[in-house]
Write a protein that binds this ligand. Structure first.
Ligand SMILES: [Cu+2]
Length: 350
């Protein structure tokens, strides 16, 4: 109802404005003013609005940036996070400076050199020196930005870590994440999409002994602080994006191939709760590819523990082998029960 009223008011306001413009036009005609003719007053009016528009543009750039400065980025919780943030700030600074210089020139010139009586436009078609300057300066700045970006990327993605990482597989499917730890041997057992049936959600090859000590968890997974982690990312169905904004990590998961990410968490969940002044804060693994109807809810909590807490947690988790055994046991007892019931029915019938 309220919305209808607002729409009606806007509609009426537009009609009133159109009528007003018509009246202004008519009044002009009465004064003997020809519409096609651009007057000195028109030029001054437009020039003034160029400056007003420039101020408006700077206002909507600067004011929200300042107002929401605390929501821009959380403190980086990974070893490489600060280097990504620095790259981001550097890029913002370069773009910001270029933005203010070019926009000021654009609007101030339009104001300063607006058409005046008795002045004629100066014919100035070409200047080699100027062309060279505005080609070479941006080229150098852009090259520097790209080299800087590439060196950060190489450092984050390619450089081999100093210590042996903990290997964890992150498996994505519509609409859920599953984590698999490589276990004590730190090697993931092999898998095949053909083996993805019912309880074997990851398609793990149970004949591969390396999979015996693998640990599969969903809902949330833990990481030890200050330890190098290597993620192996897989997808069952469509493209998903493994996005861990607090760690400044992002990588697509692609059906049919394994993608990789490595990093080192440096702040525990508990410490981060203190920093963020939020008792309920949790690190998140999100999906940032629109992958289907429940994409918005495709997430998993990440808990960064102290080394001791992590070791206690991982000890409580069931390995793939023991899980298999329990599942087999359940199926076995179920089939025993079923046979018993069938037998009983048979006897009753007799
Ligand atoms: Cu997804």
């Amino acid at each position: 109802m309220m919305n209808c009223l607002i729409l009606l008011v806007i509609f009426l306001a537009i009609i009133v404005l159109v009528r007003l413009m018509k009246i202004v036009d008519l009044a002009g005609e009465l004064r003997g003013h020809v519409e096609e003719e651009v007057t000195h007053a028109d030029n001054q009016f437009n020039a003034f609005f160029f400056i007003l528009f420039m101020l408006f543009l700077f206002g909507i750039t600067v004011i929200p940036t300042y107002m929401y400065r605390n929501y821009m980025m959380t403190p980086p919780a990974s070893e490489h996070g600060q280097s990504i943030d620095n790259l981001m700030y550097f890029t913002f600074a370069v773009i910001g400076i270029a933005f203010f210089i070019t926009q000021t020139l654009l609007f101030v010139f339009a104001y300063k050199y607006h058409a005046k009586k008795d002045t004629k436009a100066f014919y100035y078609p070409h200047n080699n020196k100027l062309e060279l300057i505005w080609t070479i300066v941006p080229s150098i700045v852009l090259t520097a930005m790209i080299i800087y970006g590439l060196s950060v990327w190489k450092n984050v993605m390619m450089d081999a870590p100093a210590e042996k990482p903990i290997v964890i597989e992150l498996f994505s499917k519509q609409f859920k994440w599953i984590a698999r730890y490589a276990g004590t041997d730190n090697e993931l057992g092999s898998f095949s999409y053909k083996k993805i049936i019912g309880v074997n959600e990851l398609g793990i090859d149970s004949s591969d002994t390396r999979s015996n000590d693998d640990i599969i968890v969903s809902g949330e997974f833990h990481l030890p602080v200050n330890r190098q982690v290597e993620f192996h990312l897989r997808s069952q169905d469509v493209l998903h994006g493994a996005f861990m904004p607090y760690f400044r990590l992002q990588m697509n998961t692609v059906p049919g191939m394994t993608t990789m990410l490595k990093f080192k968490p440096i702040i525990t969940t508990n410490d981060m709760r203190g920093i963020m002044k939020d008792d309920k804060f949790d690190y998140l693994l999100l999906c940032n590819k629109i992958c289907g109807s429940s994409h918005y809810n495709m997430q998993m909590n990440i808990v960064v523990d102290t080394e001791a807490d992590f070791n206690n947690w991982i000890k409580e988790q069931k390995t793939f082998k023991s899980e298999e055994a329990t599942k087999a046991e359940i199926t076995k007892t179920d089939s025993v029960k079923v046979t018993a019931v069938l037998e009983a029915v048979k006897i009753e019938k007799k």
